[in-house]
Design a protein around this ligand. Structure first.
Ligand code: SF4
Length: 726
């Protein structure tokens, strides 16, 4: 039950919320505290953990800092959040809550800060969806580095735990597109003691418990042996940062610095994978490409090995030199522990069922936070994605295995949404990273436990995959049956190759068609977005996407269901230009193919090489990490712009140059398909006019994501590596 906010007389500096929560009974202390006064209001005299977040504090399960704070709170820890601290001047935001008993947590934000701040062309964006009123400039580039540096300067002895997507995807050497250079693990460049990667609930609580246990073994100043439940801040501080790392270094999903001497000399592949050192990757791009295959495979395994990489000690902090050993003062080893096994339904439910207010903190005084507006009436049903798209980071962060919520937990949240005063009966999204993967897993899990394939769908759908859609259909219908719900939409992407997968004996055929009909008939808000991403077979192979023929098949079903029920909905395909393997000819083919389908494209973007994707490694090294074969990539700005122009081939200013270019490339046939025989005219229309037969509208405000706003994607808690996640 969402409660009513009561303006607290003790907090005169706060104004009542302008957002419509008048029927809700919420007290200020229902949010985690963000100031010393709010800490007092809770009756706390000290804090166990202080979280610094690059995002505004929205107390909702789609916002990472809120989830980590709530999970720690549920485990009995006293937590505060400092949202978007000012990193200029006297650092008062970093001082205002003092020193925590256990550690500082840094969460740079639900979205990678560089993707949030810059377009695919590296131009600065003018807004930030995770900030009140979308105001830019409320967080620095790379808060992971900036926030940890300030905290280390102010509190040299207090441990810092760095989490979030930004650090998660930079846990080992990576290509930085914005600086156009290879960089070492973020842990070699920032002042955190450890990084936690992936979804942070389990690992953060386990870190807090490990320190508490270790601190209990430390004698405090009075020379009294502490008990776990009475140990104080002094005890913990006596631990020191080195002992802190010792206490947490075996915890899954922890990344820590170790002496180079600890790197296994003869690693057993099940236990340890030793990567090429960073310096070798700098010298030879092939080493970076070779490394990536191991990184991706270990990220996707049920039982993974530890990963080691020797790296330069970039910052040269003294403590790191000590760790590295005196004989190798300039190097340290980065150790990445394996991930936890996939979460059980009970574990996922627990994270979603915590007492979130589901609203922005009252400090924002009703200001609009675009990322919150997008998800306030939506529900996430699961985590993880087994699609394995080459440009996507979801599986690197959330994992390949699907962790689904129970039907009861989803319905509980749906009931909460129906109680929101501004709810008009429409759930905006019943989704997940790929909406129709809910409840799916391998038929024989013992096979999945040994599997290291990055995708269950590519190059063919795995015969062991249980692609039964009945669970997701059941959820849709149960949510729609709730009082107050008029309709629930699926705003997340769906995998049409999964819908069309029939199984070896056709066992999934009927269920897939039933799902398609349910989806198209009842859960599309006018436009269904799907992500073929390209049409060219070679580009699709590198992207790990299915043949474009499946899009044709799905479109036929879409059109048929619309006809059957008298609907006039649109199918909106997403495409990417300049992805590795994409050439100008491939883009012209894409334009011709989509023209033949009567599409005028609008959901398009240029490929952005973000950390920890196969596509980025290809773009950087020119080699496919799995085959080490060369792969063409469009690097020059000129070619990238030309590839992109094919999305808008019909625009008068594009016609002459694209036509001339195709003729120069010896593809007069494509020029004629697109522009007709006559030169600069678009077939069947006057030069410069739009073809009235096109059903879709022209490029709207979302026409070029790379030039426009960075749209939030709550499922990856902020990776924008693949904004759609499909
Ligand atoms: S379903 Fe197949 S590809 Fe997917 S994890 Fe299981 S065995 Fe591997």
């Amino acid at each position: 039950m969402v409660k009513k906010f009561v303006f607290a007389a003790e907090m005169p500096y706060l104004c009542p919320l302008k957002i419509s929560i008048s029927d809700q009974n919420t007290m200020l202390q229902d949010w985690l505290p963000t100031s010393a006064k709010e800490v007092k209001l809770r009756g706390w005299d000290e804090l166990d953990v202080i979280l610094f977040s690059g995002d505004a504090y929205v107390d909702h399960p789609s916002f990472g800092a809120a989830v980590i704070g709530r999970v720690l709170e549920a485990a009995g820890y006293r937590v505060a959040i400092v949202p978007q601290p000012d990193w200029h001047g006297d650092y008062r935001d970093f001082r205002k809550l003092g020193v925590p008993r256990l550690f500082f947590g840094v969460s740079p934000g639900a979205m990678d800060s560089m993707v949030n701040h810059y377009t695919a062309n590296r131009r600065r964006r003018s807004d930030d969806a995770y900030t009140p009123d979308g105001r830019p400039g409320m967080r620095p580039d790379m808060p992971s580095i900036v926030y940890t540096k300030i905290l280390r300067e102010l509190y040299p002895d207090v441990p810092i735990v760095l989490g979030g997507i930004e650090a998660s995807l930079r846990r080992l050497s990576y290509y930085d597109y914005w600086e156009d250079r290879l960089r070492p693990s973020l842990l070699a460049e920032c002042d955190a003691d450890v990084i936690t990667y992936g979804m942070g609930e389990q690992v953060t609580v386990e870190i807090a418990e490990a320190i508490t246990r270790s601190a209990a073994r430390v004698k405090c100043r009075e020379d009294v042996q502490c008990q776990a439940d009475v140990q104080c801040k002094e005890c913990v501080n006596l631990l020191g940062r080195e002992a802190f790392v010792e206490a947490v270094k075996e915890i899954p999903q922890v990344v820590c610095r170790r002496p180079v001497s600890e790197v296994p000399k003869e690693p057993s592949p099940e236990q340890d994978v030793v990567l090429h050192p960073f310096v070798e990757c700098l010298r030879n791009k092939r080493c970076q490409a070779e490394n990536f295959r191991h990184i991706e495979e270990e990220s996707n395994k049920w039982h993974a090995a530890r990963i080691w990489q020797v790296t330069a000690n970039v910052s040269g902090h003294e403590e790191r030199e000590e760790v590295s050993g005196h004989e190798e003062r300039c190097e340290i080893a980065i150790r990445v522990n394996p991930p936890y096994p996939p979460l059980t339904t009970e574990q996922v439910d627990r994270a979603f069922d915590l007492p979130y207010t589901r609203m922005p903190h009252p400090r924002y005084n009703g200001k609009r936070i675009p990322a919150y507006e997008m998800i306030r009436h939506s529900i996430c049903m699961h985590r993880g994605c087994f699609g394995g798209c080459a440009f996507c980071t979801i599986s690197a962060h959330q994992g390949k295995f699907i962790a689904s919520r129970s039907k009861e937990s989803i319905l509980r949240e749906a009931r909460q949404v129906t109680q929101m005063p501004d709810f008009k009966g429409y759930i905006s999204d019943l989704g997940g990273p790929s909406a129709n993967m809910y409840g799916m897993r391998g038929k024989d899990l013992s096979l999945c436990e040994k599997c290291k394939k990055p995708s269950c769908l590519h190059p063919q759908v795995c015969p062991n995959l249980n692609a039964d859609h009945s669970a997701v259909i059941d959820i849709y219908r149960a949510v729609d049956a709730l009082p107050g719900v008029k309709k629930s939409f699926v705003g997340s992407g769906v995998r049409y190759d999964l819908i069309l997968h029939e199984g070896k004996n056709g066992e999934f055929r009927e269920g897939g068609l039933r799902y398609a009909e349910e989806l198209i008939r009842n859960h599309v808000s006018g436009r269904l977005k799907v992500a073929p991403e390209h049409t060219n077979p070679e580009v699709l192979r590198v992207m790990r996407k299915p043949s474009f023929e499946l899009f044709h098949r799905f479109k036929r079903i879409f059109d048929e269901v619309n006809r059957k029920y008298g609907l006039k909905q649109q199918l909106i395909p997403y495409f990417i230009s300049s992805h590795p393997a994409s050439t100008e000819i491939a883009m012209a083919e894409l334009a011709a193919e989509t023209k033949s389908l009567d599409f005028k494209l609008e959901q398009v973007q240029d490929f952005t090489p973000t950390p920890m994707t196969v596509s980025t490694e290809i773009w950087y090294s020119g080699l496919h990490p799995y085959t080490l074969e060369p792969c063409y990539c469009a690097h020059s700005q000129e070619e990238k712009l030309r590839q992109r122009a094919y999305f808008f081939w019909y625009q008068p200013e594009n016609v002459p140059k694209l036509r001339a270019s195709l003729i120069r490339l010896g593809r007069r046939d494509l020029a004629e398909q697109l522009f007709g025989m006559g030169g600069t005219k678009v077939a069947g229309q006057k030069s410069g006019s739009f073809n009235p037969n096109f059903r879709n509208s022209g490029p709207g405000p979302r026409g070029n994501q790379s030039q426009g706003k960075a749209k939030p994607n709550r499922y990856d808690r902020g990776s924008r590596s693949n904004p759609r996640g499909k």
